[in-house]
Design a protein around this ligand. Sequence first.
Ligand code: TYD
Length: 205
Amino acid sequence: MFISFEGLDFCGKSTQVKLLEEYLRKKGNKVKVFREPGGTNISEKIREILLDKNNTEMSFETELLLFAASRAQLVKEAIIPSLSKGYYVISDRFHDSSVAYQGYGRGIDLEFITNLQNFIIKPAVPNITFLIDIPVEEVLKRKSKIKQIDLDRIELSEKIFYEKVRRGYFELSKKEKRFIVIDGLNSIETINQQIVREIEKYETK
Ligand code: TYD
């Protein structure tokens, strides 16, 4: 089973990924967790370029293609082999991030992005995608608690950018049946219970 987590920066995805990983392992499953961009040697190198805040000159096209390159390597080298060995694979962000951030956020043609993602990931489409939704005000509130120096290139984005990205996620969640939208303002524990319930529901289908 392949599960992806999506949401705006600071939505709490990574905490939920860890909790789900622990839950699945306790039940005796083999689990692999990946983060995007990253997860392989090549992809981690690309990640450094993407998130380096000194790279202010990066064009939106370059950004899209670097995310795509990082993902293509992760899918071929790690995700597909893990799925075929019977692992549960959890990805902290996957192709929907490119649609939301580069498509809706940056304004790159959506059809082109969708075709590019299909080219990269086929046949590795997640079975379930959890969208941890928080309002943009909450993103800004959580961001203000972090030192400016610790923010990466994309986390330095403006309010209007996050609003577009959030709208993108909503459009995706209406279109794609695999999406489960979760209120990220609930407590960590409540969100975890909801996620576990959804996994169990999926498995008894
Ligand atoms: P990361 O530090 O992993 O953030 P998070 O914990 O929020 O996932 O950085 C990933 C950043 O890259 C995040 O701001 C979202 C962005 N991103 C894209 O713009 N497009 C993509 O395809 C992916 C995978 C991430």
